[in-house]
Structure formats: structure tokens, C-alpha cells
Ligand binder design. Structure first.
Ligand SMILES: Nc1ncnc2c1ncn2[C@@H]1O[C@H](COP(=O)(O)OP(=O)(O)O)[C@@H](O)[C@H]1O
Ligand SMILES: [Mg+2]
Length: 86
């Protein structure tokens, strides 16, 4: 997918060295959120800037597993067009 998106990013002048990892499955409760958190922690500990997005629009719970209350969520990104960074 990254390879397909590159020409579009170049056209938009937004080419960056950002990596993306999607964690998905057709079933709930199989550990997607937990493995995402752990991968994020490892990458952060290695000096990467990490943005975790829980795309479970029905019952996102990554903030609960991290014990945080994020000031913004996807509602603000999509409907108020605010950036995802805190
Ligand atoms: N490898 C694992 N060993 C034990 N429990 C796990 C493991 N992976 C996930 N869990 C637990 O299973 C439950 C569901 O995990 P979660 O990451 O929320 O799944 P998903 O995001 O796929 O719905 C959570 O309570 C989580 O702590
Ligand atoms: Mg989940």
C-alpha cells in the first residue's frame, strides 16, 4: 500500500519517511490492540515517534489499556479537521 501511495504523496509534495503498520483481523478480542501497544512501545524505546490509532469505531479501547484520557479523538480529526498530534 505504501508503494501505491508514494506517487500520490510526491504529487502532493508530502513525501516523508513515515512508516505505517496496520493491525487488523476479522474477529474481535484476538489481541490487536495489545500487540499494537507493545509494538508502539518497542518502536518508541528505539527513538521513533509513534502515533497509535485505534480504528475500532464501535468500541475503541486503546486509551483504557494505556490508562490515559486523550484530549482529542478521531471525531475531532474527521469532523473538526484538527491534527492527530496532541
Ligand atoms: N497474548 C495474549 N495473552 C493473554 N491475553 C491477551 C493476549 N493478547 C490479548 N490479550 C487479552 O485479550 C483481550 C482482548 O485483547 P485486545 O488486544 O483488546 O483485542 P482486540 O483489539 O483484537 O479486540 C484483552 O483483555 C487482552 O488483555
Ligand atoms: Mg482493539
Amino acid at each position: 500500500m505504501e508503494r501505491q501511495a508514494l506517487p500520490l504523496k510526491i504529487l502532493e509534495g508530502k513525501e516523508r519517511s513515515t512508516g505505517y503498520i496496520s493491525v487488523a483481523s476479522g474477529k474481535g478480542g484476538v489481541g490487536k490492540t495489545l500487540i499494537t501497544i507493545n509494538m508502539g512501545r518497542i518502536m518508541y524505546s528505539r527513538g521513533k515517534r509513534v502515533l497509535l490509532i485505534d480504528g475500532d469505531l464501535g468500541l475503541s479501547n486503546i486509551h483504557l489499556m494505556l490508562g490515559i484520557t486523550p484530549p482529542k479523538n478521531l471525531y475531532h480529526f474527521f469532523l473538526e479537521m484538527l491534527p492527530l498530534r496532541i
